[in-house]
Design a protein around this ligand. Structure first.
Ligand code: MN
Length: 246
């Protein structure tokens, strides 16, 4: 039996209330050997904690997808003038999903917003706008085709991410204007861009029951067809869902 991978979806009030999940994520999970199951947020959940707990019981791993900005109230800040769209309903469900997954040792992969949300859910914070806070930073929101790599990333030797990818330096796409900082307790940097922006985080070994908790700032789901290396991230998640570790 293939493992069911829960993928968090978006709910777009401004788009007629549509539930949205890019087919990129669905394809990547299927290509990696998993069965995708979308989990949409809803205002009708009266208890996000118990909803998240029940949702996680329907699968063996959690994929936190990309999307809008996390409401800075979750890391104790007010809205920066360049804060993008926020979706508090999605935030609440995903925060609960991430926390429950960490607590129960359910493997979790966060992509872009998903990595940022994972960091916030575990007690970390975010730089709300890279360009405002880091004037010498590279452009991390590049107008380019989704698969197109635009900046280099150094993968930390000895990290789980390094074991998965097997490379010291990779080129990645970049569609984010925020960054993880400070990192949540128990999490370490697994990759960084040349300007110091955190590009991947992972749970340190021996920190609680969750062994596979990884976040990447780029979008591997948009790259894996042109660069098969990036499918390894999803294969690692599927393998972790079956009890294996990279
Ligand atoms: Mn970037």
């Amino acid at each position: 039996m293939k493992p069911v991978i829960i993928i968090s979806a978006d709910w777009r009030e401004e788009a007629g209330g549509a539930i949205e999940l890019g087919n990129w994520y669905v394809s990547a999970v299927i290509q990696a050997g998993g069965i995708p199951l979308a989990a949409p947020p809803s205002e009708d959940f009266d208890d996000f904690e118990s909803a998240a707990s029940d949702i996680l019981s329907a699968g063996s791993a959690l994929l936190l997808s990309g999307g809008p900005d996390v409401d800075p109230c979750f890391f104790g800040q007010g809205p920066h003038r360049r804060l993008g769209r926020v979706n508090p309903v999605r935030d609440q469900l995903e925060m609960a999903l991430a926390r429950h997954a960490l607590k129960r040792g359910i493997p979790v992969l966060g992509i872009c917003r998903g990595m940022q949300l994972l960091n916030v859910a575990a007690g970390g914070g975010l730089v709300q706008d890279i360009q405002s806070s880091m004037p010498k930073a590279l452009c991390h929101f590049v107008q380019a085709p989704r698969a197109y790599p635009t900046h280099w990333v150094t993968v930390v030797p000895g990290s789980m991410l390094h074991r998965i990818l097997g490379h010291d330096r990779i080129r990645v796409n970049s569609f984010h204007h925020q960054a993880c900082s400070p990192l949540a307790p128990g999490f370490v940097q697994a990759a960084r861009a040349d300007d110091g922006v955190v590009e991947a985080i992972e749970l340190q070994p021996g920190q609680g029951p969750s062994h596979f908790a990884l976040g990447v700032q780029w979008h591997p789901e948009c790259m894996f067809r042109k660069f098969p290396l990036f499918l390894r991230l999803f294969e690692a998640l599927v393998k972790a869902a079956q009890g294996g570790m990279p």
